[in-house]
Design a protein around this ligand. Structure first.
Ligand SMILES: NC(=O)C1=CN([C@@H]2O[C@H](COP(=O)(O)OP(=O)(O)OC[C@H]3O[C@@H](n4cnc5c(N)ncnc54)[C@H](O)[C@@H]3O)[C@@H](O)[C@H]2O)C=CC1
Ligand SMILES: CC(C)CC(=O)C(=O)O
Ligand SMILES: [Mg+2]
Length: 372
């Protein structure tokens, strides 16, 4: 009897549709190999939704996502909508979706895969062996606080507020410690406690939660220092737990460790198994429509979907190994190619992963300890 799941697919804007197409290919192939029957529902989101139905997150899309076991999203945004008012910004769809689905934990694994050390602009011995996980709080902080602009005698004044409640910090911190337990048992809690009140609460909660995990080491690091250490000695990090905006910025920075932002997947999860899976990058308007974008971040996000939403570590691992193998064979899209490489197009890269996946039957020798 096949395992049945509903997956809502939201391609979005810019390179979104092209990378999602490759993600769906891999989803279908892995589904075939591991005994799944998927119901795929495609929906509108972001700029495309604004153009069609005058809202970035249509009610119908929200319903499709609520109804699904998992959501696969490409990216939203682009210059066409940059001058829109806040309610009509494509990015608002993402914030609303995360909040309304209760997806407070954003997991962003960062690994430098064998062979890609050359693609990083950092020295080989710095990126060698990098394997860290950014656990980013996703439904609080400055992205969700009250914001407004007012006119004053001295010109316009703009306000954004950064608010965290203790329970919001506690649940993300616990998630980070639980994940660290399955990894190398170290949590780096990143804050700006020398300046911000919300960071002082963050640090206090981190210390309290740490008492329940005596087997996990806790270190605190200020975010400015973390930004430096991440490209100075990245292999020393295991799990980084941090608030929404710091996590957003640090995870883009970590792309340098992997060779490209096109290599970074993410899973946004809450209390249950429902999740939203999307690459860390945006809609890349500068390369959209050329068929040169890297679909690996989206494909690895599909692997995370198998791991978290379908609780299928073996299928997740098999997809990840297929990616690792094709990279080891020299398959590269433009963003990770080095001089001498013949860069593959987006769909050629997706096809290579699918072909590699077909070769691998479920492999009992794959270690089952969780990657994240
Ligand atoms: N989750 C989402 O939907 C996100 C959306 N955005 C939106 O995307 C738009 C563009 O934002 P940017 O700041 O330019 O960030 P971006 O991540 O879209 O692009 C930054 C750079 O990375 C490159 N890049 C990104 N993904 C790539 C891939 N898969 N393969 C190869 N190269 C890739 C781009 O070509 C660009 O040079 C904006 O409207 C922004 O608001 C930004 C971040 C996240
Ligand atoms: C609202 C998004 C565009 C924020 C972002 O850059 C991200 O989640 O990575
Ligand atoms: Mg971002």
């Amino acid at each position: 009897m096949d395992k049945q799941y509903k997956v809502t697919v939201l391609p979005g804007d810019g390179i979104g549709p092209e990378i999602v197409e490759e993600g769906v290919k891999v989803l279908k192939q892995a589904g075939k190999q591991f005994g799944y029957r998927f119901q795929l529902d495609f929906g509108l989101v972001g700029g495309g939704a604004i153009d069609r139905v005058q809202t970035p997150l249509p009610q119908e899309t929200l319903r499709q996502c609520r109804d699904a076991d998992a959501v696969l999203l490409g990216a939203v945004g682009g210059p066409d909508w940059d001058q829109n008012p806040p309610e009509l910004r494509p990015e608002k769809a993402l914030l609303d979706l995360r909040k309304k689905l209760g997806l407070f934990a954003n997991l962003r694994p960062v690994q430098c895969f064998p062979g890609l050390e050359e693609s990083s602009t950092l020295k080989k011995d710095v990126v060698n062996g990098v394997d860290l996980l950014v656990v980013r709080e996703l439904t609080g902080g400055i992205y969700f606080g009250e914001k407004y602009t007012e006119k004053t005698g001295k010109g316009e004044k703009a306000t954004d507020t950064l608010v965290y409640q203790e329970h919001e910090v506690e649940r993300i911190m616990r998630r980070g410690f639980e994940l660290a337990r399955k990894r190398r048992k170290k949590v780096t809690s990143v804050d700006k406690a020398n300046v911000l009140e919300s960071s002082r609460l963050w640090r206090k909660v981190a210390q309290r939660v740490a008492r329940d995990y005596p087997d996990v080491e806790l270190e605190h690091m200020l975010v400015d220092n973390c930004a430096m250490q991440m490209i100075r000695r990245p292999a020393e990090f295991d799990v980084i737990v941090t608030e929404n905006m710091f996590g957003d910025i640090l995870s883009d920075e970590s792309a340098v460790l992997t060779g490209s932002i096109g290599m970074l997947p993410s899973a946004s999860i809450g209390e249950g198994t429902k999740g939203l899976y999307e690459p860390v990058h945006g809609s890349a308007p500068d390369i959209a429509g050329q068929g040169v974008s890297n679909p690996v971040a989206t494909i690895l996000s599909v692997a995370m979907m198998f791991r978290h939403s379908f609780q299928d570590e073996e299928a997740a691992r098999t997809i990840e190994h297929a990616v690792i193998n094709v990279l080891a064979q020299g398959a590269r899209t433009m963003d990770v190619a080095v001089p001498g490489d013949l860069a593959l197009s987006t769909d050629q890269m997706g096809d290579r992963v699918v072909e590699e996946l077909k070769k691998r039957q479920p492999d009992p020798k794959i270690p089952v300890e969780a990657m994240m």
